[in-house]
Design a protein around this ligand. Structure first.
Ligand SMILES: Nc1ncnc2c1ncn2[C@@H]1O[C@H](COP(=O)(O)OP(=O)(O)OP(=O)(O)O)[C@@H](O)[C@H]1O
Ligand SMILES: [Mg+2]
Length: 146
């Protein structure tokens, strides 16, 4: 998972909106951190669970924005987080628990869903979905070298 995330981060092109779905403990933060590191963010990328939004400038000029909406109590709080200003030319936006913002999700986006695998605690089922018009979504690397 970490190698996949690193490879996504290396190959990703901004602007990119990437939503991370899956149950508690699925590995959304593990994946978000490794994508951020692949995109050039140096040092630790802590879980944003208590602060909702973390911004990390990277050495490659990519601004990684990592959000965790788990504790969002009402979608109206999104306005205070600057949600409507996201999607800047140099932004790679990673969002955990995007279902908290359902109805306010950007039209053009990628989603990764992580799920458990019965009988193997270390394995994850992964699916990747694209929403929107392909030519407006060049940023996600569809295939990456692991
Ligand atoms: N293949 C795997 N991919 C990702 N995480 C794994 C994997 N195998 C084991 N894990 C473990 O599962 C846990 C995933 O935790 P993580 O915080 O990334 O989940 P999360 O989806 O962000 O949860 P939350 O909804 O609470 O934010 C970590 O402890 C990680 O070490
Ligand atoms: Mg998390």
């Amino acid at each position: 998972m970490i190698r996949w995330g690193n490879a996504i981060g290396v190959a990703a092109r901004t602007p990119l909106f990437l939503l991370l779905r899956g149950p508690l403990g699925a590995g959304k933060s593990v994946l978000a951190r490794s994508i951020a590191q692949g995109a050039g963010v140096e040092g630790a990328v802590p879980s944003p669970t208590f602060n909702l939004v973390f911004r990390y400038p990277s050495s490659r000029g990519v601004e990684v924005v990592h959000m965790d909406l788990y504790r969002l109590s009402d979608p109206s709080e999104l306005w205070e987080l600057g949600w409507q200003e996201l999607g800047g030319q140099d932004e790679l936006v990673l969002v955990e628990w995007p279902d908290r913002a359902e109805g306010m999700l950007p039209e053009h986006r990628w989603e990764i869903t992580l799920g458990p695998v019965a009988g193997d605690r270390e394995a994850r089922m992964v699916s990747v979905s694209r929403f929107g018009v392909p030519q407006d979504l060049p940023g996600f690397p569809v295939s990456v070298d692991l």
